[in-house]
Write a protein that binds this ligand. Structure first.
Ligand code: SF4
Length: 324
């Protein structure tokens, strides 16, 4: 099965995306900032995306800041470049196969950058202190290098994606909705499905590969639930290091990730109801935009916008995952 690409560079732990609705409060789902005034009870989230699931696993307080408080986050050069590269890879498939060349892909970069600035004006701030445009030129050149490297990993002239930037959503028996956006779906003539995701960073070390595959198994579970088909292959394409990580899932993998997500959802519901969102400091705090609000760094979180009940004796075990 040969295929194509697609994908909007969405670093998976990035800010809230369209697939990530906020936690709501009250039966009529009023905005969170009206919950206290109405006296409504906290209502846990009804859906999860891979990004937000990863947020909670990394740090429950980070999840709260992003999903409940919806604190603003600054665009980063790396994340924005990822978005740009994804857009280029997706658009390249608009061209006939013979024209899907590296020079053509690189030529798409300036136009896609223009489109990105129009759709997300805040990214312009990234280069506000660069009047000569030197840093922007280097940044765009790096985007071109990432695009060019893709041609050493896949041959888009031989790929014809079934889907690009595919929004998927499936509801589990428990009522939990899983949603996300798959960069590319390839379907072989035999019907076998391959799910492909582009990463503009470097491939993880082998001991961290399982974490990298979590997002892909999440998508595989959604596809299985939607189509009753287990994807034949999950493929992560790392443009930063020129690596391709693949995994062929089996039913037991999907059942395991479903159990894990249900345990995660339970933990999120408990935290939503109790207001007990604990910080979990790691070296990833260095990339967190919310240190000023984080007790681990001397900050104070905003007032919790939902009514909070006392934690159970013995505390709340947030983020405790099921067996994996
Ligand atoms: S700084 Fe670290 S501990 Fe604090 S919210 Fe961010 S990720 Fe969590």
């Amino acid at each position: 099965m040969e295929t194509s690409t697609g994908g909007a560079a969405r670093p998976d732990s990035g800010p809230i995306a369209a697939a990530d609705p906020p936690v709501t409060a009250g039966p009529a789902a009023p905005a969170v900032d009206t919950a206290v005034a109405t006296g409504a009870c906290a209502v846990p989230p009804a859906s999860l995306s891979p990004s937000r699931a990863s947020d909670f696993m990394q740090c429950p307080l980070l999840y709260r800041f992003r999903v409940i408080d919806r604190l603003p986050e600054k665009p980063s050069e790396a994340a924005t470049r990822g978005t740009l590269v994804h857009a280029v890879l997706e658009r390249l498939f608009d061209a006939p196969p013979a024209e899907r060349t590296a020079p053509h892909a690189k030529a798409l970069v300036p136009g896609q950058w223009d489109r990105l600035r129009e759709s997300r004006p805040e990214v312009v701030e990234l280069f506000a202190d660069d009047p000569e445009g030197e840093r922007l030129a280097r940044w765009l050149a790096e985007a071109e290098r990432l695009v060019e490297r893709w041609f050493t990993l896949e041959d888009p002239s031989r790929l014809e994606p079934a889907e690009r930037e595919l929004f998927v959503e499936a509801e589990l028996d428990s009522g939990l909705r899983l949603r996300g956006i798959i960069d590319r779906v390839d379907v072989a003539p035999t019907g076998e499905v391959r799910i492909v995701d582009y990463k503009t960073g470097k491939a993880p070390r082998p001991e961290y590969a399982e974490g990298a595959l979590f997002q892909m198994k999440f998508y595989a579970l959604v596809v299985w639930r939607l189509k009753k088909v287990i994807p034949r292959r999950l493929q992560l394409v790392y443009l930063g290091s020129g690596d391709v990580l693949t995994y062929d899932p089996v039913l037991a993998d999907l059942e395991r990730v479903e159990r894990k997500l249900l345990a995660l959802w339970d933990a999120i519901r408990t935290a939503t109801e109790t207001g007990d969102w604990r910080p979990r400091p790691t070296k990833l705090c260095g990339w967190c935009d919310h240190q000023a609000h984080c007790p681990e760094f001397g900050g104070t979180p905003p007032p919790y916008p939902l009514p909070v009940r006392a934690a159970e004796p013995g505390g709340v075990q947030q983020g405790r995952m099921g067996p994996d």
